[in-house]
Design a binder for this molecule. Structure first.
Ligand SMILES: *[C@@H]1O[C@H](CO)[C@@H](O)[C@H](O)[C@H]1NC(C)=O
Ligand SMILES: *[C@@H]1O[C@H](CO)[C@@H](O)[C@H](O)[C@H]1NC(C)=O
Ligand SMILES: *[C@@H]1O[C@H](CO)[C@@H](O)[C@H](O)[C@H]1NC(C)=O
Ligand SMILES: *[C@@H]1O[C@H](CO)[C@@H](O)[C@H](O)[C@H]1NC(C)=O
Length: 378
């Protein structure tokens, strides 16, 4: 695998776009004091949804920050956690969690493995969550009406549920789409076939944004999809099918599809601005930030950007059958096969699919420099 770190020119031809990360509608003024966050998405922002529905993410997930598994697929906090912190809000409770939740400042409808489009396979067959984006918006509909019914009863409910005005003042964060693309590949589609699915995927995305708007959503913060062609699970599982790599070792066809998805997502958001006149939609170019981190890892104090920290074997320390935290029993004794690495704070990929807390924090710092400080003027 070619290391891009030896090629000095990379530093110069990487997106100078960091300053141009955001395109925000000029129409609506964005306040800074969001009283709540409602999040929709996949594992990039799941704070406990899939764990609530299908059983807990195992240790060593959570080891760096929470000191225990927290329902996040990472050693610590996710970008959504850093967003919540920066707005002075508590970490989001997963809507699906029935224990220990507090929704007074928002709710999280994301689950790991979620797609925009409904899948035609179950979680047990294809590995993708049944809580696709449309289902997440149906849950949000239920959340709005049921929370208001109980909020009006007063007492304890006022302590753990949002008041009605919070829905129109909240920040709506969305990070989803990567699994729609990878599920196409995993089901055997070619790059051309996957590319051809993108318009339908984005039509479904549009429908979901409109339903959030009809329920009162006004401030949308939409992450584009990351360079998943640089992730160990894609390199390990799909490289034989499309072996071209760039100077960093990232799969070129996969990142090409991600970039096509992103430019069409950007266009879709431009259209939505016309259809949703009272909304403010921010398109956040997470792709460029993540690619910058992976391609210049050493410059930023990271190492082995294409290798999972927590995993088992192979070129990428990733094995689809032996995940992070996987155990086996040898002669009656439990042995952990999917162990964490020595220095997760220096690593980009946590488990081959998801980013480490250190990487999430770095990405958040990059996007917040242009956004929360600059554009939102907080
Ligand atoms: C599921 O099957 C239907 C009917 O064949 C098809 O239209 C749809 O695109 C499929 N969905 C996905 C995600 O492949
Ligand atoms: C829920 O969170 C709010 C805001 O942080 C806090 O005031 C309230 O005490 C919490 N309620 C419970 C039961 O934890
Ligand atoms: C998104 O599209 C707008 C045009 O509508 C363009 O000005 C902007 O540069 C695009 N953003 C990115 C990050 O590509
Ligand atoms: C399991 O126990 C058997 C019998 O004591 C021994 O021969 C074998 O080496 C052990 N296997 C491992 C992996 O420790």
């Amino acid at each position: 695998m070619a290391s891009c770190l030896r090629e000095g020119h990379i530093v110069f031809h990487l997106p100078a776009a960091i300053l141009l990360l955001l395109s925000v509608t000029a129409s609506a003024a964005i306040p800074c004091d969001f009283p709540a966050i409602f999040n929709f998405g996949d594992s990039n922002s799941d704070t406990g949804g899939l764990s609530a529905a299908f059983g807990p993410a195992p240790p060593p997930n959570g080891e760096t920050f929470f000191g225990r598994p927290s329902g996040r697929y990472s050693d610590g906090r996710l970008i959504i956690d850093f967003i919540a912190e920066s707005l002075g809000l508590p970490y989001l409770s997963a809507y699906l969690n029935s224990i220990g939740t507090n929704f007074s400042h928002g709710a999280n409808f994301a689950t790991a493995g979620s797609t925009i489009r409904q899948q035609n396979t179950t979680l047990f067959q294809g590995g993708f969550s049944p809580f696709s984006l449309d289902v997440q918006t149906w849950q949000f509909t239920q959340f709005v009406s049921r929370s208001q019914f109980f909020y009006e009863q007063g007492g304890f409910f006022k302590d753990i549920l949002p008041g009605e005005d919070r829905f129109s003042k909240a920040l709506y964060t969305i990070d989803i789409g990567q699994n729609d693309i990878t599920s196409g590949y995993f089901s055997g589609k070619t790059t051309e076939e996957v590319r051809a699915d993108i318009p339908d995927i984005l039509n479904k995305f549009t429908i979901s944004m409109k339903s959030i708007y009809l329920l009162g959503g006004r401030y949308f913060w939409i992450h584009n999809t990351g360079p998943f062609g640089c992730l160990p699970y894609v390199l390990d599982r799909l490289m034989l099918r499309a072996p071209e790599v760039d100077h960093c070792g990232c799969g070129t066809p996969f990142n090409g599809v991600a970039q096509l998805f992103n430019s069409m997502l950007n266009e879709t958001i431009t259209e939505l601005r016309k259809d949703l006149p009272l909304a403010s939609l921010t398109y956040v170019d997470v792709y460029s930030v993540k690619y910058k981190l992976i391609s210049q890892a050493r410059n930023y104090g990271f190492e082995h950007p294409l290798k999972a920290c927590c995993g088992h074997g192979g070129m990428y320390n990733y094995d689809a059958h032996v995940g992070c935290g996987a155990k086996t029993v040898v002669n009656g004794t439990e042995v952990v096969l999917g162990n964490s690495c020595m220095e997760p704070l220096k690593r980009v990929s946590w488990d081959g699919v998801h980013y480490t807390e250190a990487a999430n924090k770095w990405v958040f710092n990059q996007i917040s420099e242009g956004a929360l400080k600059g554009v939102l003027k907080c």
